[in-house]
Ligand binder design. Sequence first.
Ligand SMILES: C[S@@+](CC[C@H](N)C(=O)[O-])C[C@H]1O[C@@H](n2cnc3c(N)ncnc32)[C@H](O)[C@@H]1O
Length: 288
Amino acid sequence: MTMHSETEKTSCCGPTCCSDENEVQSHAITEDELKDSIRAKYGQIAEAAGSCCGPNCGCGSETDEQVLNVMMNDKYASVDQQIIDAADLGLGCGTPTAFADMEEGMRVLDLGSGAGIDVFLAAKAVGPTGKAIGLDMTDEMLKRARANKAKLGITNAEFWKGEIEDMPVESDSIDRIISNCVINLVPDKRKAFSEMFRVLKSGGRFTISDIVSIGQIPADVRKDLELWAGCVAGALDKEEYLQIVRDAGFTNLKLEKEKSFSLEKNMSFGIESITLTADKCPPSVKGQ
Ligand SMILES: C[S@@+](CC[C@H](N)C(=O)[O-])C[C@H]1O[C@@H](n2cnc3c(N)ncnc32)[C@H](O)[C@@H]1O
């Protein structure tokens, strides 16, 4: 992601690529405005089907694409190419399934499942006795994921409509939560992590790839709807993010992967992609 000041255009890559100008609000953005804008952007991307959206769109400068690809496109290694071809829109920033320690028979929940890439990989890992559920709030993404499921002939995956901060998921019912480049988009991250803690079984674990900042994101960047949808403006400072995870009750936090990358301009903050695991320990087991 190439960063620009609020008066300049964003580059034509990532979720911002189909609009002409940054949408910077002069007032504080409400959570509803933010979510409507995120739904609209990802709805466009879902429907674009290979046109100029996403990091591989080819309509930014070469440098823009290189920078963005460093951030967004961690390559899936040794996984089913058919699944990648059908469902990888290049919107992730890690490979959470590679660290999620999934076993046959488990119930896995993917938060912000997009076109379904990580749901299908989880479905393979948990086998016919397990289930992978994708949760997403954008109708067009759900439609695309369900079409991919039919195309791939996968029977132990489902896609549910819902919001991460208020999940339509039973408490203590999930063995593994995964998520790829989504929590930064959620306005209320405390609510998101406390919902994760609620739905996980005791002994369950999450593995999340996400974008965090090093230092605080300045107020003018926070007000930029395009940069929210582009996974930058909603990023929290890494230490603050980790503290929210601990406050929600999670233990054994482990940073499986960290990758920092440079922004085009000298900004007052840095950006990193991280892959984090944490456990919901049984009450009798003391976490770290
Ligand atoms: C950057 S894309 C990532 C998609 C997918 N995880 C991947 O790696 O391809 C973000 C996805 O999260 C969804 N999303 C964003 N905020 C959400 C929320 N609060 N609740 C549910 N889904 C959300 C969007 O609709 C979109 O499909």
